[in-house]
Design a protein around this ligand. Structure first.
Ligand SMILES: [Zn+2]
Length: 147
């Protein structure tokens, strides 16, 4: 009809929808825009999608985690009581085994430093190969997901 009502319709199509009934130009324009932009809702079946790793973390059952930890502690205390050892003595002994482990590692490092250069190179290549294998295993997609 008038250019002014066309202007009002173009500025706010939803409030002035009745303008389409009286103006053929705007009706044609709206039809063309409607073809270009389909108002089709996106329907996603959430059950059909696999959980992302961060989504799965939200479903962790904290009562189960706490219950498992308490069970492990209870079993450890029961074993201490059954063997007649105090838990503090067991902790002290495990610290001792930690320092023994540290000494073992230091001995291995000294042996590597004393080894011929070919042995050191072979050790370095083995470290790279093992790490490459671990990276490949980490990057492999879980079953059921094509990536
Ligand atoms: Zn119009």
């Amino acid at each position: 009809m008038t250019d002014q009502s066309c202007q009002r319709y173009l500025e706010d199509p939803e409030a002035n929808a009745s303008h389409l009934d009286e103006c053929a130009d705007c009706r044609a324009l709206a039809a063309r825009l409607g073809e270009a932009v389909e108002h089709r809702p996106v329907v996603v079946d959430a059950g059909a999608l696999p959980l992302a790793s961060w989504e799965g973390a939200a479903h962790r059952s904290w009562p189960l985690v706490l219950g498992s930890a308490l069970t492990v502690v209870a079993v450890a205390l029961a074993l201490c009581a059954a063997t007649g050892m105090s838990p503090l003595r067991v902790m002290d002994a495990s610290m001792g085994s930690m320092s023994a482990l540290r000494a073992l590692i230091r001995g291995g490092a000294d042996a590597l430093r004393g080894a011929p250069i070919s042995g050191q190179v072979a050790f370095g290549v083995a470290v790279v190969l093992v790490n490459a294998l671990l990276v490949v295993l980490l990057r492999r997609a879980p079953r059921g997901i094509d990536a």
